[in-house]
Design a protein around this ligand. Structure first.
Ligand code: ADP
Length: 375
């Protein structure tokens, strides 16, 4: 395979016209990055042009993708703000410099989606994905239309937990159809980004893949779209939280995690970008002896409740450490679906009810704050 470089890409982009000038000449190409055959850049347009420039973006993406040696091309349209600085350009994200309130597209990205809830954690392995999937199933069991967007760049596991195999396809040749598992519409960043790609490269990829998953997937009408965020509270997560119009966020923590203050970092991250934190879930909170049924608290259990009180956020509930939770979700049949009458499934359902009530409150408050349209 031939070696692709910036020069070849810019030569190609110089054949993409915007009006009577090409986009390179016009200075519209920004943040170009090439690594191992993966190409990312932004096409910068004035806010007044916004999404009308989509054909230009598409042409640029297609032409670069068609080049020899290019494995993937991800191009985002960004609007220039008043200071003349592009918002949410991949380069800014790559340099770890989150931009305030990026506005990538004009109008809502997913017009049929009523609410979006992010599930986050201070670090990996605390059961964030397991919790997200079970909460999504509990919301679906309430009769809500639920979607799940797996944005965990470091370990996309939602399709496996929902028993989904294969790759997404497009029935109209334009938008990807979400894949469906146990009645939940799902799309995973794992389908768009190579798992072996170096971690440093995944940050900028995550930004663009997230936009792709909102823009290029036929989500249709949903009451709620859950987002399984990448673990951690760094710039990648912060920028992602800014890119999505979130209704609220749920933080998942283990008792140990709380002791290490990781949950607090999660809370601060969302507060920084003005996203309401709906509350905290304590996972792997206690366990019951399989022989005698005696409940044993995990070290420093109960910390989440105290921590939540201290930080003035709501405690949503606790989920025990139980092999059944692991086996069912890792095996593609999460407990809320496979054993809905079990106490563990009921614990998830109770948390889901609270989360949904709180999300509805936030939506109502937002609607009330909107100015009335006078005819
Ligand atoms: P994260 O998304 O935070 O990285 P996962 O949801 O992938 O974590 O969970 C990590 C592992 O822990 C998985 O094998 C999962 O099945 C297991 N797990 C999660 N929650 C529980 C629980 N409450 N009891 C037992 N195992 C759990």
């Amino acid at each position: 395979m031939s070696q692709i470089n910036e020069e070849i890409i810019l030569e190609t982009l110089a054949t993409v016209m915007d009006g009577d000038q090409n986009i390179v000449e016009k200075g519209m190409v920004q943040g170009l990055q090439v690594q191992d055959g993966h190409v990312i850049f932004a096409v910068v347009v004035p806010p007044s042009v916004g999404s009308q420039a989509e054909p230009v973006r598409k042409e640029a993406e297609e032409k670069v993708h068609a080049l020899d040696g290019v494995l993937s091309a991800t191009v985002v349209l960004t609007a220039e703000n008043e200071g003349g600085q592009a918002q949410a350009a991949p380069q800014a994200a790559a340099q770890g410099a989150p931009q305030k309130a990026p506005q990538q597209h004009e109008g809502p990205l997913m017009p049929g989606v009523k609410s979006i809830i992010a599930v986050a954690s201070g670090k990996g392995g605390v059961g964030k994905s397991t919790t997200t999937v079970n909460l999504a199933l509990a919301l679906s069991a309430k009769g809500l239309k639920v979607g799940l967007l797996d944005a965990d760049i470091y370990g996309p596991s939602v399709p496996r937990m929902l028993g989904i195999t294969g790759d997404p396809t497009s029935s109209d040749g334009q938008l990807l159809d979400p894949m469906v598992g146990h009645g939940i519409k799902c799309m995973s960043i794992g389908f768009l980004v190579e798992e072996e790609s170096p971690v440093i490269w995944r940050g900028p990829m995550a930004q663009t893949a997230l936009v792709q998953m909102m823009r290029d997937v036929k989500w249709g009408d949903l009451d709620v779209l859950m987002i399984d965020m990448p673990p951690g509270t760094g710039d990648v997560q912060l920028t992602m939280a800014q890119q999505v119009p979130l209704t609220g966020a749920v933080i998942v923590s283990t008792p140990q995690d709380i002791a290490l203050l990781d949950a607090r970092k999660g809370l601060n991250m969302f507060r920084q970008v003005d996203v309401p934190v709906l509350g905290i879930v304590e996972n792997m909170s206690y366990f019951e002896c399989p022989k005698c049924g005696e409940r044993t608290d995990v070290f420093s259990h109960g910390g989440a409740k105290e921590e939540a009180e201290l930080l003035q956020m709501d405690f949503l509930g606790e989920i025990p450490l139980d092999i059944k939770i692991r086996e069912t979700s890792d095996g593609g049949h999460p407990i809320v679906d496979s054993d809905p009458d079990s106490p563990h499934a009921k614990a998830y359902t109770a948390i889901a009810d609270t989360v949904w009530n709180k999300a509805c409150e936030k939506l109502e408050a937002k609607a009330a704050a909107m100015p009335n349209i006078v005819q």
